[in-house]
Write a protein that binds this ligand. Sequence first.
Ligand code: NAP
Length: 241
Amino acid sequence: MDPKHCLVTGASSGIGKHIACEMVEKGWKVIAIARRADELNKLARLLGEDKLIPMVCDVSDFEQVKKTSTELINRKIIPSLFYLNAGNGDEEDENFDLDLHKKTFETNYFGAINWIDQWVPVLLKKEGGTFVGTSSLQSFVALPGSAAYGSSKAALNYTFESLDAMHYKNNIRFALIYPGPVDTPMLKTDKPIPSAWKPEKAAKYIVKKVLKGHMKIKFPPRWVLLLGIGKRLPRSFFRVK
Ligand SMILES: NC(=O)c1ccc[n+]([C@@H]2O[C@H](COP(=O)([O-])OP(=O)(O)OC[C@H]3O[C@@H](n4cnc5c(N)ncnc54)[C@H](OP(=O)(O)O)[C@@H]3O)[C@@H](O)[C@H]2O)c1
């Protein structure tokens, strides 16, 4: 039997890199996507070049996603699982930054949707497949300094849930991961964040849940609880004094 293929975006670092390692460990062949070729090649050497295919692609650039997808199809590599994990997030201040909003949406929202555009028609002709979007617990509560990041993730939530309802009958699933703090370069902090998970732990948890068919995956538990409480608080609680 052919080995199963999965595609992981943002595989050069953090959560995505460890998802790639976990999936190889589980016997899958991984197509690893990111912009940094050196990091992807290092990972391929580590895990085995027959097990991980590095492909350089800027997910925010539709033409690059199209070219990469076409190359895979021409090589008869059809993933049945897509971890659409690439993302970025910059802290915002009082000066509204339209460019930052656009850049954040290009990566976090369109960087996932571009793949869906390319692969849903392919999966409709096959026996289906699963897209796993990496959202954030932050998408539940509008925090100051997170207007671009939080809204890009909230948009992803809506699109994935809507597409899931549409394509359930076609055996195409759209699952969502909602991480709280995970100790990766994205956190950009020198101080340890309490109860943050290591990316290895996050990836193990994600892969276990995804392979069991879970559709909403939230962690770490303490932050799920905290953000759950935050969601019920009045808007005035979050106002910057
Ligand atoms: N860490 C957290 O606390 C946390 C919490 C909630 C949600 N998340 C989400 O988890 C996901 C993974 O983040 P992380 O924490 O693992 O951060 P990370 O270590 O900084 O990894 C981000 C990954 O995304 C890739 N990437 C960024 N822009 C890209 C682009 N335009 N095209 C292709 N790849 C791109 C980066 O690769 P290249 O630079 O090589 O392209 C890198 O591999 C993100 O969606 C993030 O929003 C993280």
